[in-house]
Write a protein that binds this ligand. Sequence first.
Ligand SMILES: Nc1ncnc2c1ncn2[C@@H]1O[C@H](COP(=O)(O)OP(=O)(O)OP(=O)(O)O)[C@@H](O)[C@H]1O
Ligand SMILES: [Mg+2]
Length: 273
Amino acid sequence: MSTERISIGIPKLDELIGGGIPRRFFVAITGEPGTGKTILCMHFIWAGLQNKEPGIYVTTEESRDSIIRQAEAFGWNFLNAVSSEDLIIVDALMRKKSDAWSLSKLTVKELVNVIIRAKKRIGYGHVRVVIDSMSAFWLDKPAMARRFSYYVKRALSPWNMTVLATSQYAITTSDAFGFGIEHVADGVIRFRRSVRDGVLRRFLIIEKMRQTNHNRQVWEIDIVEGRGLEILRPITTLSREDFSLPEEVTQKILEARRKKEEALGPTDEETDY
Ligand SMILES: Nc1ncnc2c1ncn2[C@@H]1O[C@H](COP(=O)(O)OP(=O)(O)OP(=O)(O)O)[C@@H](O)[C@H]1O
Ligand SMILES: [Mg+2]
C-alpha cells in the first residue's frame, strides 16, 4: 500500500522525505529562534492553497497581521485566502474577545477545540494545520511537553488533517526531561544555526519521518527575499561546537530550571491530562 504524501511546497525538501509528508501525520518542526520554522510552515500552507486545500494556522508568537505580512514578502497572498475562508488564522497572541478565531485561554484543550471548530467550518476534505508554536503551551512547565503533545496529537487524529507543529528548541526540554514533542511526533524536522566567521548560517536535518527512508544529512539553507526557504547543500564539516553550549553553561541552566519547576509545583491543568 503506497502512502499518500502531502507536499511541503519546497520541492527539494519534499524529495528528501520521499515525496512529501505522509497524509495525516503530526510533524514537529523544531529549532532555535529565527531559523525558518515559521517560514517553512507558510510554504506548507501556501502549497495547499494553490492546490485548493484549505488551511488552519494557529499563531501564538506573532499576530495574524504579522503572519499575513511575512507571507506577502514571499509573494503569497494569505489575505485573500483569509477573506474567502480557505485559510483560518487563529490569533492566539492578541487574544481579542471580539475575534471569532482566537483562544480564550492558552491551554491545549482550547487549542484542540478551536482547531476542530475551524475544521468544521471549512467542512469536508483534507486540511493542512499549523500550530506555531506548541512551546507556548508549556512555557512555564516544560516537563509537560510530552503529555501535552500526546494529547493534541490524539485529539486531532480522527480528523482528516496533516499537522505541522513548531517547537522552540531548548536544552531544558530535551536534556532535563527527555524529549517532549519529538517522541510523540510522526516526523521531526530540526532547524539549527551557527555563527561562523561572524556570519549567521542556518541548517536543517530530517531527524525522523515514520514510514519513510528519508535523507539523513545536515543541509545548509537560506531564506531569500521574494522566494522563501531554499535548501542549498549538504554539509559534512560541522563540528559539535557549532551548535552546543559549553558544558558548564548547560548545567547551570538545567539546575535553575529544575529549581523553578519544583518551586511552582503541579498546576490543575497538569493533573487533567
Ligand atoms: N523577506 C525576507 N527576506 C529574507 N530573509 C527574511 C525575510 N523575512 C524574514 N527573513 C529571515 O527569516 C527569519 C525569520 O524566520 P522565521 O520567522 O521562520 O523563524 P522561526 O524559526 O519561526 O523563529 P521563532 O522561533 O523566533 O519564531 C528572520 O530572522 C530573517 O532572517
Ligand atoms: Mg516562528
